[in-house]
Design a protein around this ligand. Structure first.
Ligand SMILES: CC(C)(COP(=O)(O)OP(=O)(O)OC[C@H]1O[C@@H](n2cnc3c(N)ncnc32)[C@H](O)[C@@H]1OP(=O)(O)O)[C@@H](O)C(=O)NCCC(=O)NCCS
Length: 297
């Protein structure tokens, strides 16, 4: 390999990248399970359905070795997720090659800000690619044992298909850009999916729970106020009676963190939100009571 850095290129010459297809899902879900992550085949199918040409498999000498997915929220922001390298193929540049391919793909599409939520292991790779830290968050885990809350429950009702449009504005204020496409895809996979509706039929918040491989996943939850956000959290958690729940909370949302602590949730691991390019559409952590998932924002 002709290059000033011959050794590195010799190593890299063993890596090839290709677009992920349905037939790759058994491999993808195997690396997911090896990393102890919580996503399911339904999640993988959703990634492929939403970005059929934007999810990748890396091969090492022809053997599948790693995965990465993207999801674009218009031209302003896109997310990279599911960056997973099989333990047998780590520290050979596979993770870096996957990231570079995703970045190239998104830049070709004119995306201005590329974001991701990094594990401490992932951050080692992303720092080297120029990603900057935005804010910190954490994965919390706990078992639902709260009794059904009294009080505001009357304002909370089941999600209807038409709610995606009603919550788009408040979710955009919380997340930074519209996630309409994601919410429409996630809602049918979420049980329960709830909205908080005021007396004047205005929707001030929504929240979902979906089943994961290891635990139920609480999120996304966005709301216009702390009161609405926490009442959605309380109701959703109470509806998961007896189940183990994973919940990703921005550290800056102090009331949500405090609620988790007081309700017996334990800190599982820290994560860090990072961005590449400009950060013209930052999210408002005070309005986000739960992420949709570190792999999608
Ligand atoms: C994080 C992960 C994807 C890295 O994949 P990888 O193919 O091993 O990464 P690379 O070989 O491209 O590493 C690139 C650089 O990142 C750094 N790096 C990667 N893993 C590291 C580790 N465990 N400790 C310290 N530095 C590390 C090194 O600087 C490395 O370059 P070097 O090997 O020349 O020193 C892989 O470890 C993994 O799948 N982990 C479990 C899942 C996970 O946390 N994914 C990230 C989600 S945000």
């Amino acid at each position: 390999v002709a290059s000033p850095n011959g050794v590195l290129d010799l190593v890299n010459s063993s890596i090839s990248l290709r677009v992920m297809r349905q037939r790759d899902l058994p491999f993808a879900d195997t690396v997911r399970a090896l990393a102890g992550w919580n996503q399911t085949l339904n999640d993988w199918r959703r990634f492929l359905a939403m970005e059929p040409d934007g999810c990748y498999v890396a091969e090492w000498n022809g053997q599948p070795a790693g995965t990465a997915t993207i999801i674009a929220y218009g031209a302003a922001v896109a997310w990279i997720g599911m960056v997973l390298v099989h333990p047998d193929y780590r520290r050979r540049g596979v993770g870096t090659a996957l990231l570079k391919r995703c970045i190239e793909h998104l830049r070709e599409r004119g995306v201005r800000s590329i974001k991701l939520d990094a594990t401490p292991a992932g951050k080692q790779v992303y720092d080297g690619l120029g990603f900057k830290d935005e804010w910190t968050l954490a994965r919390w885990e706990g078992r639902s044992r709260r009794p059904q809350p009294a009080g505001r429950e009357g304002s909370i009702r089941d999600w209807r298909e038409s709610d995606a449009l009603l919550v788009d504005r408040l979710d955009t204020a919380a997340f930074g850009v519209s996630r309409l496409r994601l919410l429409r895809a996630l809602a049918p996979q979420s049980h329960p999916a709830l909205v908080f509706q005021t007396a004047r039929a205005r929707v001030d918040g929504y929240g979902f729970v979906r089943k994961g491989a290891r635990a139920w996943y609480l999120g996304p939850i966005s709301a216009t106020s702390t009161e609405v956000g926490l009442s959605l959290v309380e109701t959703l958690v109470s509806r998961c009676e007896g189940q183990m729940i994973y919940w990703d909370i921005p550290d800056a949302n102090r009331p949500a963190v405090e609620w988790a602590r007081q309700s017996g949730f334990a800190l599982q691991r820290p994560l860090i939100r990072m961005y590449l390019g400009e950060n013209s559409a930052p999210s408002d952590a005070h309005k986000q009571f739960a992420l949709a998932g570190p792999e999608v924002g």
